[in-house]
Design a protein around this ligand. Structure first.
Ligand code: DAT
Ligand code: MG
Length: 148
């Protein structure tokens, strides 16, 4: 079992997509381990996106992510990092397949609704950054109906 960090960006919150997005991960069979609505300041945004600091869109990206409330989540499951990225869809919504979150709900790369960790190592770093208090442990009573 692995964990991934998923964040609904300010546009997703403003557009009322929180329930829809939670539902897609929940119905898939992944387990919600952490959930909070929060806002982040500029230094935090720069830390989260530190790998992209040399990109020309870095400033706009940090402004976007600090522009309103976000919903931060930790989801757990088999291959959840890779599968979570598939549920989210390609970075640029012009390339995101219909049926993915970005494919269904986004038009522009700078308003692409949601973040998901891109590898297990980054998931660990992002979970530690966003959930220093730790996440919840609970046992699903339907686990054996999802996993063989
Ligand atoms: P992803 O969010 O799919 O992991 P990323 O890590 O490469 O993509 O980039 C982080 C975010 O930065 C992305 O969700 C939207 C923004 N971004 C990426 N490429 C961009 C570009 N060419 N122009 C504007 N914004 C971009
Ligand atoms: Mg990324």
């Amino acid at each position: 079992m692995e964990q991934t960090f998923i964040m609904i960006k300010p546009d997703g919150v403003q557009r009322g997509l929180v329930g829809e997005i939670l539902s897609r991960f929940e119905k898939k069979g992944f387990y919600l381990r952490g959930l909070k609505m929060t806002t982040v300041d500029r230094p935090f945004a720069e830390k989260h996106y530190e790998d992209l600091s040399a990109k020309p869109f870095f400033n706009g990206l940090c402004e976007y992510i600090t522009s309103g409330a976000v919903v931060a989540m930790v989801w757990e499951g088999k291959n959840v990092v890779t599968t979570g990225r598939k549920i989210i869809g390609a970075t640029n919504p012009s390339d995101s397949a219909p049926g993915t979150i970005r494919g269904d709900f986004a038009v522009e790369v700078g308003r692409n609704v949601i973040h998901g960790s891109d590898c297990v190592e980054n998931a660990k770093k992002e979970i530690a950054l966003w959930f220093p208090e730790g996440v919840a442990t609970w046992q699903s009573s339907v686990h054996h109906w999802i996993y063989e």
